[in-house]
Design a protein. Structure first.
Length: 208
């Protein structure tokens, strides 16, 4: 290989590295220790409505990561109730990481999204005050596009935390991945768990 071709190859490698770095702007999370607990907090999407207990996304994520994942999902819960419930869960379980997937029932009941954002913000702050890292899961509004409200990305940017915003719209937009109009089935929950596992690896919480 000529020297010129070597230079071209090195330049191409450098450009690829720069593009990859620019595209992957996932916020970082401290690496989880081997005995770290993950708290999955939310409503029926976390609980696993529509699938068996062992098929919920927290149960699948536990098997994928090898970490203890506490399923703290309560079907039907709105974010205002989540604000009241979360501190006790954080103090009891002492997780290293909180996966916050909340707000779906606020959206279904057409509650004030500004108040919903404030409630999610309060939950993120409650975790941060205890030294707990946070990952946010964006829940889509029901409609033709199944797009999550902008408030999720705004909160992720405000707190510089990783966000998974594509998995649920993709799952809930495909009939074969749903148990009903608003809940995944076992296959859907597995895809959500796999998306979160990948996000945790990209953020540095888990090794690749």
């Amino acid at each position: 290989m000529t020297r010129f071709r070597c230079y071209l190859l090195l330049a191409a490698i450098l450009i690829c590295c720069l593009v990859t770095t620019a595209c992957d702007n996932t916020a970082s999370v401290p690496p989880l220790t081997s005995d770290a607990t993950i708290l999955a907090f939310g409503d029926s999407l976390t609980y696993g409505t529509g699938a068996a207990e062992a098929e919920s996304y927290p149960a699948v994520l536990a098997r994928l990561t090898g970490h203890r994942v506490v399923n703290a999902g309560v079907p039907g819960e709105i974010s205002a109730t989540g604000v009241q419930r979360l501190p006790e869960m954080l103090d009891r379980e002492r997780p290293a990481l909180l996966i916050l997937c909340h707000g779906g029932n606020d959206l279904l009941n057409r509650l004030d999204q500004r108040q919903m954002a404030d409630n999610l913000r309060t939950m993120i702050k409650a975790a941060r005050e205890r030294g707990v890292a946070v990952v946010l899961v964006a829940v889509p509004s029901l409609g033709i596009t199944l797009k999550p409200p902008p408030l999720y990305q705004e909160l992720a940017t405000e707190f510089s935390i990783p966000i998974e915003s594509k998995a649920l719209p993709r799952i809930l937009g495909k009939r074969s991945l749903k148990s009903d109009q608003i809940h995944p089935n076992a296959a859907g929950y597995r895809l959500l768990a796999e998306a979160l596992d990948e996000l945790l690896k990209r953020s540095g919480a888990l090794p690749r």
